[in-house]
Design a protein around this ligand. Structure first.
Ligand code: 5GP
Length: 133
């Protein structure tokens, strides 16, 4: 069965997309640690990041770096933090989280509650910065 993220890529489940190319897709995390918390995935469905073929693995990190630059330009933050967990969804994803303090990358903390309008505005501003690259 397709992962929830493959269904997002296929458009079967909605997402707040921030960037896409032929191989990779980036969208806002539905339960964000901070405004602008983004997930970057390969369209190819592989559970564990270290099981990716080397071309997809390096391409994923290159794409994530471009998305991180767009987040930095769109969201006031000191820098963008990176995490790879995969405890919940068995489809490789990189978390990109705008940071003010190191505590902003604590996955045990309460997640932000954002309105659909706010998600949409954040996604649009990151996408706009990405498209300027
Ligand atoms: P992990 O697998 O890295 O432990 O956590 C999965 C992440 O995916 C969580 O941060 C969760 O909020 C996010 N997530 C799970 N399901 C969905 C979904 O349907 N849409 C979006 N945008 N994010 C999701």
């Amino acid at each position: 069965m397709a992962s929830i993220f493959s269904r997002i890529v296929a458009g079967e489940i909605p997402s707040w997309k921030v960037a896409e190319d032929g191989r990779f897709y980036a969208f806002l995390d539905i339960n964000p640690l901070a405004e602008g918390h983004t997930l970057v995935i390969p369209k190819k469905e592989v559970d564990y990041i270290f099981d990716l073929d080397s071309e997809t693995y390096s391409g994923l990190w290159e794409f994530a770096a471009r998305v991180a630059k767009a987040i930095e330009a769109a969201i006031p933050c000191k820098r963008v933090g990176v995490a790879v967990l995969g405890m919940e969804v068995p489809h490789t994803h990189i978390h990109l989280v705008p940071l003010q303090t190191e505590g902003d990358l604590d996955f045990r903390k309460e997640k932000k509650q954002l309105t659909p309008e706010r998600f949409a505005a954040i996604a649009a501003s990151i996408a706009s910065e990405f498209n300027k690259q």
